[in-house]
Design a binder for this molecule. Structure first.
Ligand SMILES: [Ca+2]
Length: 378
């Protein structure tokens, strides 16, 4: 709360100054140009030292915590490049209730009670929730019992909080959703005018090389395909950090050893979560656990970690075998078929407008070392 107040102060502090300095430069004679210049210097120094500018990229972290959500959240909270303005909880890996409890306990563990944590949707838009205790443990956090939270839940509804924060800091907020896209879709539905005010969306979800729920769909998108289609078609800058690229970032025994060498409440919690996941992945024949959600945070920290060409992506909401698939047009064009008599003929090609940067490759070692270095000793 204190942070948000100081950010507000910083904004109200800098904008009137900006207006005043323009007015003075415009109205003064040439002889007064020097004082105009001094005003400009003063204005720039205020901008450069104000807390809003000095702190990192403002993000809202929308999450269904979740083991890899836990790692992603702790990466976000310990990356100076990011300024986590709110955490909104969505059902997915766990129920909404369990997810909220997990988020509050993690924020408390990190001593960051000033960050609002809000409950959001209680179920997907049009279907029953599918929870994933099978992969994440009974409580969604690898069966690790964190101490009860010192932090209190924010009373606002998650999508409303998203709307409020975006409107309060136009063009400054990056949304980082790492669960089903229900909360983000609800925010758009309730107030579509936020779309051009969001700086960008970096989401974990989808795949252009097959799914993990089934042959076609990735879990976050599968858990609410209609919401995902709303988010992909909203018309804002969007980066898709999918399953297929997450599968290239395997955290393994080597990284566990690195985390075991240092200690701290967050370090030790993440070590235990990672150990649970590495052991689980070994049971299924892999020598590391994919860092799906943490990679989305990694891309928010440093977009150069990934190769992400522009594509047009639609979310399949009806297919018999493909509901929840992210269907990406890699060629950027579709055939134009025109009815002539009893058949269609191909007349040419129409360009399609890209709506997403789709991550297809990642500097995995650099990302994994970034992750370990941010968690060590915390
Ligand atoms: Ca997640």
């Amino acid at each position: 709360m204190a942070d948000r107040e100081s950010a507000k102060e910083a904004r109200s502090f800098s904008h009137p100054r900006s207006t005043r300095s323009h007015t003075s430069v415009g109205s003064l004679s040439a002889a007064a140009c020097n004082s105009g210049f001094l005003f400009l210097l003063l204005f720039l120094s205020v901008i450069l030292i104000s807390p809003a500018a000095a702190s990192g990229k403002k993000i809202i972290f929308d999450t269904d915590p979740g083991t890899d959500d836990a790692m992603a959240l702790m990466l976000a909270l310990h990356s100076p490049e990011l300024d986590v303005r709110a955490i909104t909880v969505v059902p997915g890996n766990t129920t909404a209730k369990q997810g909220l409890e997990n988020a509050l306990r993690m924020v408390s563990l990190a001593n960051r009670c000033e960050i609002p944590v809000a409950a959001g949707a209680q179920h997907p838009l049009f279907q029953k929730l599918i929870t994933a205790e099978f992969w994440h443990g009974k409580n969604g956090l690898a069966n690790i019992e964190l101490p009860p939270s010192k932090c209190k839940v924010d009373a606002r509804f998650g999508p409303d909080l998203i709307i409020e924060l975006v409107r309060g800091a136009p063009h400054e907020i990056t949304l980082v959703p790492v669960g089903p896209l229900t909360n983000i879709a609800l925010a758009i539905q309730k107030d579509p005018s936020i779309v051009p005010l969001v700086k960008e969306v970096v989401l974990m979800g989808g795949s252009i090389k097959g799914g993990n729920v089934n042959a076609a769909a990735e879990a976050n998108i599968y858990n609410d395909p209609e919401a995902a289609q709303i988010v992909f078609q909203a018309g804002w800058p969007l980066t898709m950090v999918g399953l297929d690229v997450g599968d290239k970032t395997l955290l393994g025994r080597k990284h566990l050893e690195q985390l075991a060498r240092t200690h701290g409440p967050v370090n030790d919690f993440i070590y235990s979560v990672a150990k649970f996941l590495v052991e689980l992945s070994e049971k299924f024949g892999s020598d590391g656990t994919p860092m799906y959600d943490p990679l989305a945070v990694g891309v928010a920290v440093d977009a150069n970690l990934v190769t992400a060409p522009l594509m047009h992506v639609d979310v399949e909401t009806r297919g018999e075998f493909t509901r929840g698939e992210t269907v990406a047009n890699r060629r950027g064009e579709v055939e134009r078929n025109v009815l002539r008599g009893d058949r269609y003929i191909i007349e040419g090609l129409d360009k399609v407008r890209p709506n997403a940067k789709v991550c297809i490759d990642v500097q995995a070692d650099r990302f994994l070392q970034l992750f370990v270095s941010r968690i060590q000793g915390k």
